[in-house]
Design a protein around this ligand. Structure first.
Ligand code: AMP
Length: 450
């Protein structure tokens, strides 16, 4: 089905052509006519399926059909709410590309940067506002936004917003919007919580669902390497000797772990960048730019970064730490294999993560292929992710360090509200106090059958 048959405005068809899209993805083919027709919509689609265009293109078409009068102060007609600032920036980038031939003003709103330019953009009047919930509420409280004539509300990555604890903020935002509006809700999964959210915010929505619910992107090849935790860095360096791993996104559960992995890889001559909540917004954007431009081969990130990353051509996603939450796995591996491209997802699983792996396999309804690394020294000396503190090596207090570190990490959660945080779902980046440490030796015995 060509884009021309979907009822899109000519300026938008030109922009799509310039973006190099030849035909609509399945979610676009299903959602675009439905949204143009009017009525609320629930879109269930996996990451990387083209859902940003699926809601943006029909909304732009409808805005064009009914433009705001020239010369008057504009009111906001479209509000898109998304969970992370990276995702907001990404959506804005897409909207700007699709709307490049339209005289529309677009503003983005998120925490972690100065409020002034965002307030100015809102006060000047923007047709489309793309926002994270926390900062948007702050600015609405300061009466910077005019949503009195809002026509379209999009809740993107709604499942993630719920997971991140944004529901109260979203409720407070939606209460201040006109009741008569078209509300579009997109989510990778359709859980009971999402269904109740749709009852709360939508009116008789139509559901468009692409692919099986919650199944990881089908274009991604998935493999598991079971190994003792202390060999994970060795295995990562070993796999990176293969040049087929051109553009690699590595997921670490902790910020500290991400820094450490990047440092060790850099020491081995692999160019790396890191993306996590302890990095400033500018550092994060630079890391993403360097990765997109190929200046670094590996980007080491925590989960918080998983949702916002829209980088074409990621060849491999490596779960250095296996995620506790099945949906995180889906979103992590969805960073590769985007828009029908082929990708590989590799997970390192140590003995303490086997339960999480089994839970995922039950969730997706099948086992993931186990691999054994060729020419990898499973008896090599370990590379630990513990902090380098040689000066403390002979001090009697040394054994207390892990506990102190846990306390420190627990005091500093991954994200704060002001930086678009939500409560951490899975205990955040810090290992849970009292969590059993893996026993590499016995796991090694299990692996080798000794
Ligand atoms: P999304 O799921 O919206 O994050 O989109 C994933 C990627 O697919 C983005 O890089 C889009 O630019 C790209 N994309 C969206 N629609 C199409 C299409 N019809 N053809 C090719 N690529 C597309």
């Amino acid at each position: 089905m060509p884009f021309q048959s979907l009822g899109l405005a000519p300026q938008i068809l030109t922009a799509i052509q310039e973006a190099g899209y030849t035909e609509p993805t399945p979610i676009q083919a299903a959602a675009i006519p439905a949204i143009i027709n009017g009525g609320d919509l629930i879109g269930i689609a996996q990451t990387g399926t083209g859902k940003t265009a699926a809601f943006t293109l029909p909304i732009l078409t409808k805005l064009t059909a009914n433009p705001q009068p020239e010369g008057q102060r504009r009111h906001t007609r479209v509000l898109v709410i998304a969970p992370t600032r990276e995702l907001v920036a990404q959506i804005e980038e897409n909207v700007l590309a699709y709307a490049k031939h339209l005289p529309l003003k677009i503003a983005k709103v998120y925490g972690g940067v100065g409020e002034k330019p965002q307030k100015d953009a809102l006060r000047a009047g923007s047709d489309i506002v793309i926002a994270c919930p926390g900062r948007l509420l702050d600015l609405m409280g300061q009466r910077c936004a005019d949503f009195s004539k809002l026509e379209y509300l999009v809740l993107d990555e709604a499942d993630r917003m719920l997971d991140m604890g944004f529901l109260p903020d979203i409720r407070r935002i939606v209460q201040q919007l006109p009741r008569k509006r078209q509300t579009l809700l997109f989510s990778a999964t359709l859980s009971k919580e999402i269904e109740s959210l749709t009852h709360e915010f939508q009116h008789a929505p139509k559901t468009v669902q692409i692919g099986k619910r919650s199944n990881p992107a089908e274009t991604v090849t998935q493999h598991i390497y079971e190994l003792p935790k202390h060999l994970k860095l060795n295995l990562l360096s070993h796999l990176l000797q293969d040049e087929k791993l051109q553009m690699v996104l590595v997921f670490s559960r902790t910020k500290h772990g991400a820094d450490k992995i990047a440092r060790k890889l850099e020491q081995g001559g692999v160019r790396c960048a890191t993306l996590h909540a302890n990095r400033s917004q500018n550092q994060r954007l630079k890391a993403l730019d360097d990765f997109k431009a190929g200046r670094v081969r590996v980007l080491v990130a925590t989960d918080i970064a998983a949702r916002g990353i829209d980088v074409d051509g990621i060849s491999h996603v490596i779960n250095f730490d296996f995620p506790h939450i099945v949906e995180d796995y889906v979103h992590r591996i969805g960073r590769t294999g985007r828009a029908q491209a082929i990708g590989d997802a590799i997970s390192f699983v140590s003995s303490d993560e086997l339960d999480d792996l089994r839970r995922l396999e039950r969730f997706i309804g099948r086992g993931i292929t186990r691999k054994r690394a060729e020419n990898f020294d499973y008896k090599a000396a370990p590379q630990s992710l513990e902090p380098d503190r040689p000066e403390r090596r002979h001090q009697p207090q040394q054994r207390q360090q892990p506990q102190r570190r846990h306390q420190e990490q627990n005091r500093r959660p991954e994200r704060s509200r002001s930086s678009e945080a939500g409560p951490q779902r899975s205990g955040g980046e810090a290992p849970k106090p009292g969590q059993a440490k893996p026993k590499p030796r016995s796991f090694w015995n299990k692996l080798t059958g000794r």
